[in-house]
Design a protein around this ligand. Structure first.
Ligand code: DOR
Ligand code: ZN
Length: 437
């Protein structure tokens, strides 16, 4: 018999099954057994989850690992390790590496490196266009066969409408969505931050919200035309939320994600001129933040993803105009989501957990085995201490980079245990800043 684990006495939250109760959870090998033990079972391992939330393993569908090519920022191993510390059991890697992930061999390389690391599971996404150049469609069928769970040129948009149309048409054959980074490049040349009152005041070049919104509108229309599935990455403006809402009403196959930074920070933060507030799309206005949160509440925005974008200090700690776009996300999501959504009473824990588990599982078409704790599901489980107080400190980060805007924040809520495929791969001491596993 495979190894039996019981997670005792936690608050079991499984939104897919509508479960929210104090219960035990039994795992056998790499599968979930359920809330009751198999007959005559004696557990090999007991994990005490008293006072903790026990949830399906969290899935982050938007993570930049920098391997191959920029291992000074992050590697597949360090990123997958940072994921464990954030409570993520599965992450989807972005293909904007050097070279980009646009061949079956490159997809296989990511899968192999992730297996070797033995941390969080990594499912690769692959490029829409060859070399991410936006000109020629990559061989989507072969990339899919090699294991790509999504296609995206993220970091840049698929600007060419004809190419986007063909990508949406073609990807329908494998039922894989096209993730789009929505940005009309001609409108954002030289931009460092959101274009608006604050950029005017600070004298910094801006990126207008319409640069995002025009492409959101275009791609929803292309999804309608083709019947393909477009997924809007890191949606950040009020109008984008409206457009997705309307698209969904019309029955178009559009989904969307929001990032923790877009619901917790605004363009006012750029007054510090700190490059850790620089990412793309940029921090928007308080009104946009409210609208994005409203989109999460009413289901217009399906899920939360981090856009974890590590950059080594020697690159990121430069003048605002020289520094690259992007901030870390894996190890800070939980407390930020707690303070932005749960503490003010906007969403409940089960509602938030749905956007971190079953919703992303559906997007990567893994809902049969992932995103829930039904009998037979993958034994991926996250343990969360919902009220644990801690101070965000890059000194303890597992990521290779330290580019977070949340350094020094006193926060509450933390993943304290991460079980992947039935193995406890991360566990924090209940009382100390000490990692036990
Ligand atoms: O801020 C960002 N950083 N936005 C992107 O779209 C790409 C990412 C990166 O790769 O650093
Ligand atoms: Zn992006």
């Amino acid at each position: 018999m495979a190894r039996l684990t019981v997670i005792r006495g936690g608050r079991l939250i499984d939104p897919d099954q509508g479960l929210d109760l104090i219960a035990d959870l039994w795992l056998e090998g790499s599968r979930v057994v359920g809330l009751e033990p198999p007959p005559g079972a004696v557990p090999d391992k007991i994990i005490d989850a008293t006072g903790l939330l026990v949830t399906p393993g969290l899935i982050d569908i938007h993570v930049h690992l920098r391997e191959p090519g920029n291992e000074e920022d992050e590697t597949i191993a360090t990123g997958a390790d940072a994921a464990l510390a954030g409570g993520w059991t599965t992450i989807v890697s972005m293909p904007n590496t050097r070279p980009p992930i646009d061949t079956p061999a490159a997809v296989e390389f990511v899968i192999l490196q992730a297996k070797r690391a033995g941390k969080a599971q990594v499912l690769p996404s692959a490029c829409v266009s060859k070399n991410r150049a936006g000109e020629e469609l990559a061989e989507l069928g072969k990339l899919y066969e090699a294991g790509a769970v999504a296609f995206t040129d993220d970091g840049a948009p698929v600007s060419h409408a004809g190419l986007m149309r063909r990508a949406l048409e073609y990807s329908k054959m494998f039922d894989v969505p096209i993730y789009q980074h929505c940005q009309v490049m001609e409108l954002t040349v030289g931009g460092l931050m959101n274009e608006g009152d604050v950029s005017l005041r600070l004298g910094l070049p801006g990126m207008p919200p319409v640069a995002e919104e025009i492409m959101v509108a275009r791609d929803i229309m292309l999804a309608e035309l083709t019947g393909g599935h477009v997924h809007i990455q890191h949606l950040s403006t009020a109008r984008s939320v409206e457009l997705v809402r309307e698209g969904k009403k019309r029955g178009i196959r559009v989904t969307a994600e929001a990032c923790p930074h877009h619901i917790s920070l605004t363009d006012e933060n750029l007054a510090t001129f700190d490059s850790n507030f620089k990412m793309n799309p940029p921090l928007r206005t308080a009104r946009d933040v409210e609208a994005v949160i409203q989109g999460l509440i009413d289901g217009t925005i399906d899920l939360i993803a981090t856009d974890h974008a590590p950059h080594a200090p020697e690159k990121k700690n430069r003048e605002l105009d020289q520094a690259p776009f992007g901030i870390l996300g894996l190890e800070t999501m939980m407390p930020i989501v707690r303070s932005s959504l749960i503490e003010p009473g906007l969403l409940t824990w089960p509602e938030v957990i749905a956007k971190l588990t079953i919703e992303p599982a559906k997007l990567i078409r893994r809902q049969q085995y992932k995103g829930h704790l039904r009998p037979g599901a993958d034994a991926d489980v996250t343990l969360i201490d919902p009220d644990r107080a801690w101070t965000i400190d890059t000194a303890g980060f597992r990521s290779k980079s330290i580019n977070t805007p949340y350094q020094g924040w006193n926060v509450k809520g933390r993943a304290v245990g991460t079980i992947v495929s039935g193995e406890l791969r991360y566990m924090l001491d209940p009382h100390r800043e000490t990692v036990m596993v």
